[in-house]
Design a protein around this ligand. Sequence first.
Ligand code: DGL
Length: 270
Amino acid sequence: MTDSRVQNCIVFLDSGAGGLPYLSAYSALNPKPLLLYVADKKNFPYGEKTKSELVSLLIELVGRIKKHFSPALITLACNTASVSALAELREYFPGTDFVGTVPAVKPALLYSKKKHIAVLGTERTLEDGYIRRIADNTARDCTITRIMAAELVNFVEHDIDYSDKAARIAMVKKYIDMAREKGADALVLGCTHFLFLLDEFKEASAPDMPVFDSMNGVCGRIENMLSGKTVMTGKNLLFVTGEDDAGKQWETRAARFGLDIFKPRDWDYV
Ligand code: DGL
């Protein structure tokens, strides 16, 4: 059943907290539209699922989101979901506009003097053919060092709020050192969760290893795709799947990102 409180909103969707910096950056660019953040806690983490598992769970979730909210646009604020299922979602829901989030491989390769970049992401994102395809279309004979960082995803999802700066720097430095040891001269943050650590990444990788992410590209794309559309305005909202109670940590996040916790009517939580 459609929920008249939230229609024609812009949805940001991730397995957890990862898309929140994207929502925040878009809200700074255009504060008008009502943004609905959907944290698919029920299915976290996406990075350890197979492509076909992700395609079916995302088709199910997007189907429900469409039914309840008739969104003006859906942003997959998740690299894992985008490389695994964006094409399938577009095919399954031909009338719906989607914006995907993919690792910023192209700008990093265009910058890299050694034509050797490191991409940090989930296992699923890194095993997908997407990165190689973009790399081959951008630079000949380039080297891509793939660094799987599920530990970092879990750190951001569960522990970051209880960590101090020294712990966060130590956490990211480990991955920057791996990229340096392999000989890369640019680092791509290929998972939205890592944007929570952007300052730490920049601090620990300077001056020889610039960090690339897709946040500005995604925000610009949303803005272009929205032109001429009718959108609802109002306070931004957070919906956490999985349980009726979002939990304390999500209350803290909602407050930090200026979101009201929202429970759709008639949503089957479990
Ligand atoms: N935030 C997601 C991404 O950008 C992945 C996190 C997960 O494994 O669920 O890839």
